[in-house]
Design a binder for this molecule. Structure first.
Ligand code: THU
Length: 132
């Protein structure tokens, strides 16, 4: 694991503490690396109307995009889970949209799993599939 990967995991763990998750009590933290070298964090933000909930991964990605990053090089996600926490289907679609090539999943016990984008979401639907 690279030093940058370690920094991403540390940031994901740090912002996990800010998770707003009164319904599930399942706190998740994520962090992404922008092409500028900057790291952006995000946590899950739940809602009484459950489906409005924003996962940590999407919060981190939208944070980076809103800060002007055009390319995201890597994403890390951390939770207190038995296995390294896998991103949900909706987040996988967003990770594919932003073409994030390197994904790190981890738990608080220190287990880490690395995946490429095509492993995370094979045969992804993309803008190229929209006929104009
Ligand atoms: N959650 C994330 O933030 N990321 C994941 O990878 C899995 C699920 C959140 C959504 C919800 O707030 C809580 O975890 C339980 O599903």
């Amino acid at each position: 694991m690279t030093e940058t990967d370690k920094k991403l995991l540390a940031e994901a763990k740090r912002v996990r503490e800010f998770a707003y998750c009164p319904y599930s009590n399942f706190a998740v933290g994520a962090a992404v690396l922008g092409a500028s070298g900057e790291i952006y964090g995000g946590c899950n933000v739940e809602n009484a109307s459950y489906s409005v909930t924003n996962c940590a991964e999407r919060t981190a990605i939208y944070n980076a995009i809103s800060s002007g990053e055009e390319d995201i090089l890597a994403l890390a996600v951390v939770a207190e889970s038995a296995q390294p926490v896998p991103p949900c289907g909706a987040c996988r679609q967003v990770i594919a949209e932003m073409r994030i090539p390197h994904i790190l999943m981890a738990n608080l016990a220190g287990d880490v799993k690395e995946m490429t984008l095509s492993e995370l979401l094979p045969d992804a639907f993309s803008g190229e599939d929209i006929l104009s």
